[in-house]
Design a binder for this molecule. Structure first.
Ligand code: AMP
Length: 510
């Protein structure tokens, strides 16, 4: 049966009190400072309270979490949890999103005594099992960890009354659809299902046809629309990673006056790690977020960024998707995203709630096709910051980045001083500054925000993670070359006698 469709729009006259929520929930919403529901909330909550299935097409940042959390809490007021039989289940693609939803239950469930269990990877099974044993009103889980518990016989899904599938299109990207199908079949058919996705690719439509019953469809914004208050620019670059890193450093410096905080997106998690290390070496105040980091490190990184203690966060799409980080002033696409839709999601991290934001995308000759797909999807061409790719000139691409002089202390000192002056003379266009940095390896004039010790600690941490990763076992020579080429400026004052601990885990080619 075709779903009933509502296209939600701004409805400022509607208040939370009009939606049918319980008094206890309303009081928590008032305490959170919210008066008017967002369109997805106004559209979904009344139907969800009536027990109907919902198909919500909404991106993160639209208030969709409260759109399912508030009616769930209201409905959970009747009845109580039994051991190993959770009453509701929320599936999230990443641990951060799961933790974020848990925070919402803490905020909006402050007048209730709900037992909320979080089943995510990177945390010990024992503690999670104890919570399940006590009986959970709300179970928030990533699909893999949920099935692990199920297979260990610690969990029964036959008591689930409400199932939430959040960020379904991201689940698809991450290969979780078979897990989702399996989980849906373990839950009674009589449940209520609340299903959210930013986009509706065919695989997701199929899933909704299979598992939703006469859903009310609520659509808040097309995934292909980009915010009007986001200034978008393309920035040309040669294709080598060190060229792109130089372009990025230059951009960050050029934006310094307006840059409050930024997310820098890479397509691959190995590049997240590499770019993060390079930025830290260049004394930028940077952190990283990628799927291979352990849970504690990810949460710490995220809260430092949210609290304004960290200015730049390098992230992959998967790690950053859906994170609630309000008020990011800049987004930098270190790589042009492979899927055009990711462009919209990425730049949507800035310019939220009517604020203005800036999004820069570094583009190389290899990205022309992907860029075309993005421009087609968003329906217009994005302007170039400082000339398009044809203005890069015909110079052949460098096979390897020029090394800084390692053998001669005087040579390095002399070169740095001279180059600083030569850069000062040049006009500040991206190209000239980039060329200067690439050619002379100029010491960047960026004040260190992290202490030497915390930078070393961050790199040590990242090295440990690298070691444990499977993709770490590449060709030794290739690896040595890659990590050596962009170490950034040598630690000042050590000359060539850099203590070994500062080079931990960084392969140096002969
Ligand atoms: P979400 O799309 O669920 O990630 O929510 C995005 C942000 O909007 C979160 O910081 C919420 O706390 C906030 N928010 C949710 N509902 C409202 C509301 N009705 N009015 C204002 N802000 C809200």
């Amino acid at each position: 049966m075709l779903p009933e469709t509502e296209v939600a729009s701004e409805a400022p006259s509607v208040t939370f009190a009009d939606l049918g929520l319980s008094q206890k929930v309303l009081s928590a919403v008032t305490d959170a400072g919210y008066v008017n529901p967002t369109p997805i909330q106004a559209g979904a909550i009344p139907h969800a309270l009536q027990g109907k299935d919902i198909l919500g097409i909404a991106q993160t940042g639209t208030g969709k979490t409260a759109a399912f959390v508030l009616p769930m809490i209201t409905r959970l007021e009747k009845g109580r949890a039994r051991a190993r039989m959770p009453r509701t289940l929320i599936l999230e693609p990443t641990r951060e999103l799961a933790a974020q939803v848990e925070e919402n239950f803490v905020k909006y469930g402050k007048n209730h005594r709900l037992t909320v269990a979080l089943l995510i990877g990177g945390v010990s099974f024992d503690e999670q099992e104890k919570k399940l044993e006590r009986g959970a009103d709300v179970l928030i889980a990533t699909p893999g960890r949920l099935l692990d518990h199920f297979e260990r016989g610690k969990l029964l899904l036959t008591g689930v009354e409400i199932l939430v599938i959040d960020e379904a299109d991201r689940m698809l990207d991450m290969g979780f659809i078979p897990d989702i199908e399996r989980i849906c079949k373990l839950i009674p058919f009589t449940r209520q299902t609340l299903f959210f996705s930013a986009t509706m690719p065919p695989e997701i439509t199929k899933l909704t046809e299979q598992f939703l019953q006469a859903p009310v469809r609520i659509e808040v914004a097309k995934a292909s629309s980009t915010g009007v208050n986001i200034e978008q620019k393309l920035v040309k670059s040669r294709s080598k990673p060190w060229d792109k890193r130089a372009v990025l450093r230059d951009l960050i410096r050029a934006e310094d006056a307006e840059l409050k905080n930024a997310i820098i997106f890479c397509n691959r998690k190995s590049d997240v790690s590499e770019l993060f290390r390079s930025l830290v070496k260049y004394e930028f105040d940077a952190g990283a977020l990628h799927g291979d980091m352990d849970q504690r490190a990810r949460m710490a990184m995220l809260s430092a960024f949210r609290d304004g203690k960290l200015k730049l966060l390098v992230a992959s799409d998967v790690a950053a998707r859906g994170l609630d980080i309000p008020d990011v002033s800049h987004v930098f696409n270190f790589d042009v995203p492979i899927h055009a839709e990711d462009y919209v999601h990425r730049i949507g991290r800035t310019g939220r709630a009517g604020r203005s934001g800036k999004a820069f995308t570094i583009v190389t000759k290899a990205d022309v096709k992907a860029l075309g797909a993005i421009e087609k999807m968003i329906g217009n061409n994005v302007d170039w910051l400082d000339g398009d790719l044809s203005t890069l000139g015909d110079e052949p691409e460098q096979e390897e980045r020029p090394r800084r002089a390692r053998g001669d202390k005087r040579e390095r000192g002399r070169a740095t001083g001279k180059d600083k002056r030569s850069v000062a003379k040049q006009d500040k266009t991206t190209e000239s500054a980039v060329a200067a940095v690439a050619e002379h390896d100029v010491q960047p004039e960026v004040k260190p925000v992290l202490s030497q010790e915390s930078r070393r600690e961050a790199i040590r941490h990242d090295n440990a993670e690298r070691k444990s990763r499977s993709d770490h076992h590449g060709d030794r020579r290739e690896r040595g070359r890659r990590y050596h080429d962009d170490l950034g400026p040598a630690p000042v004052g050590f000359g060539d006698d850099i203590p070994a601990f500062m080079l931990i885990g960084m392969p140096i080619s002969a």
